[in-house]
Write a protein that binds this ligand. Structure first.
Ligand SMILES: [Zn+2]
Length: 232
């Protein structure tokens, strides 16, 4: 095999390792971000649930005041009953009292509904608070672990980059430049093996001329379809 191809394969080996390390580092960052988002979502849910609960409590308070007012009215009407002079007035007051009582019944039913709602909201709030605690704990643990891992991966990437720089210095800059463009564009490899006269990268059958050049080894050969460097 040509020396420059051997050298390209060494560089590619390092690039594959670096790509893997970078991907692992990114996955770690994203994993931590996802946990952070979980904490944020739970905090937001607590806020929303708290608002709902406050709303229900305000309704309960308002209804309570309304009921108290109507109960006062009843007392007032009952006192008036003692002072009325005729039956008609008495009946009118009786009518007013039963109207207030009916109103109170409606208000009490509504208040009961809000109280039940508030109870559910209270329980939901407890649940979300517990979720938040779990999420925060998970985040704190993961943060320490992730920071360690990211530091370690960062160091490994740095080492491999240094190694790679040394190996690149042994290559023709023009060849390396071409290689780098191909490697960065492809998700796999830039230097591939020829398998049964086809390119190991794109699987296209190679022309006889390309294969002849490869066997002679006078120059470095590329696939005419995908541009990848070829070796036998
Ligand atoms: Zn190809």
């Amino acid at each position: 095999m040509r020396e420059d191809l051997k050298q390209l394969l060494i560089v590619q080996g390092l690039d594959v390792k670096i790509r893997d390390l970078v991907e692992r580092k990114m996955a770690t960052v994203h994993g931590l971000e996802a946990l952070r988002k979980e904490v944020d979502d739970d905090e937001k849910a607590i806020e929303d649930e708290r608002d709902r609960l406050m709303g229900s409590r305000v309704h309960i308070k308002e209804l309570d005041l309304e009921i108290a007012e109507k109960k006062n009215n009843i007392i007032k009407y009952q006192e008036q009953q003692f002072k009325v002079k005729n039956n008609k007035e008495y009946t009118a007051l009786l009518h007013e009292i039963s109207k207030q009582e009916a109103d109170i019944k409606v208000l009490e039913d509504r208040m009961l509904e809000f109280m039940e709602e508030a109870e559910v909201e209270d329980r939901t709030l407890d649940g979300v608070r517990a979720d938040l605690e779990v999420a925060q704990q998970k985040f704190r643990e993961m943060e320490v672990e992730s920071r360690g891992l990211m530091d370690q991966l960062g160091k490994e990437i740095e080492e491999k980059e240094k190694e790679k720089a040394e190996e690149i210095s042994r290559l023709d800059p023009e060849i390396y430049e071409m290689y780098e463009i191909i490697f960065s564009r492809k998700s796999d490899l830039a230097v591939v093996k020829v398998i049964n006269d086809t390119c190991g990268g794109c699987n296209m059958v190679l022309r006889a001329q390309v294969l002849n050049d490869l066997y002679r080894g006078d120059k470095i050969s590329q696939c005419e379809t995908c541009g990848r460097f070829l070796y036998l």
